[in-house]
Design a protein around this ligand. Sequence first.
Ligand code: AHR
Length: 510
Amino acid sequence: MRYVVNPTMKGAYIHPEVYGNFSEHLGRCIYDGVYVGENSKIPNVNGMRTDIVEALRRMKLPVLRWPGGCFADEYHWRDGIGPKESRKKMINTHWGGVVEDNSFGTHEFFELCRQIGCQPYVNGNVGSGTVQEMQEWVEYMNSPAISPMANLRRENGQDEPWGLKYFAVGNENWGCGGHMTAAHYADEYRRYATYVRNYTKDPVYKIACGPGQHPYYAWTQTLMEQAGDLMNGLSLHYYTVPNADWRHKGSATDFTVDEYYRTLAKAHFIERLIHESGSVMDLYDPECKVGLIVDEWGTWFDVEPGTNPGFLFQQSTMRDALVAGISLNIFNKAARRVHMANIAQLINVLQAVILTDGDRMLLTPTYHVFEMFKEHQGAHLVESAIAAPSFAREDVIPGPAPRRGTPASYQTPYVTESASVAEDGSITVTIANLSADTAAPIEMRLDAVSAKLSEARILTGDIHDKNEFDTPDAVRPKDFDGVRVEATAAGTEVTYTLPACSVAVLRFEA
Ligand code: AHR
């Protein structure tokens, strides 16, 4: 397959935040996940698991969204501040009906982000919260002044404001966040966002709730038309669910080759959603000032047998690694419009990057893809194209049957890729072979540059391969041997064979 990368054709900036994660008070993401409390025997710093924090630092996690999700529109931030013993207990009605003791609140979230070295992204409550409650939360987090909320923060041990940048005004307000119509939410957004004040010269980046259900574009259009002037970002939620019936989504580990391809095609469908959402946004914002914030994406399978259905705990295989590779390549290529993305979710929930079992933890195949792609963060996309064959599926496009004349099937390429160039001139190429059984011979040219290979790693295996607590390193990146590099008059020719079901990273010094 012929593959041309043109490092001299520099495109959009790849916002590091595209490699973000999402952490909700759901199942074992926070409690029994990243937060074990100061008194735990599991090594921790101020209650945050050290092994997890270190892994997330290695992955270069740029941004973390919290506290939900659907939980966000039921969360009242004052319940989660002050002495832990007097924090209010509540029932997490949305997720498993378990007791939420609020021991992880605003201070703990910022402490976690400090340890990881990532940006915090807080999601506010529109569905069941008041404008005043939201206004005061932002004041609590960001005001340096002598003001009631800033004083309360100081009483609780934090003198300096945290300087939160990313703030979402509601979550899925067409569904769990209040079942609103687009026009009603647009009005609510305008009202709530007005009181999300800027307390310093660094303005809050305000994110409006976008669509997450078919039809996507009507919601996007209403929001852009009625509230586009007051937002910095508009979210988009898209989950890859193998089966159309959400009551039987499909197993995370026990799937057929046909389900494998359907899953990958459905993951790839996000490209069309981004493209078409972007086209609607272009009508109101041709300069892409408003970012598309894909703040929930990833696979959603049936929970692991025997686990709480409300906890959304699923295993992760090489199939998930491919979904991650496909998605991150698509986000890179859409860098002009996609300014942030947050996989759901960080630990023990949905397409998690880490799973825990007591004091044991493992890195999922998805984690490795994030780690391998990390050098794209903050680089510039460059022009690239591959002549790859594709496969057609008729069970990918959601919503009503297509109208006459529109194609019923969706084409997915067998090989997806993206390439970027960093400030120091180094080139990163990430490439995935979706085929379950056929290797892909690649003839790649780095056009008009003379480049030296500095890194070649590959993650590959059978489509069902996974890491388990007794074999946590069964799937991990290995050196990618057999990459041949040759300087020519046209640039640098690089030849290699991508094994079936693989994700690779190649890095070059130019
Ligand atoms: O990630 C799980 C849930 O999916 C989130 O809480 C919600 O926003 C979405 O429906």
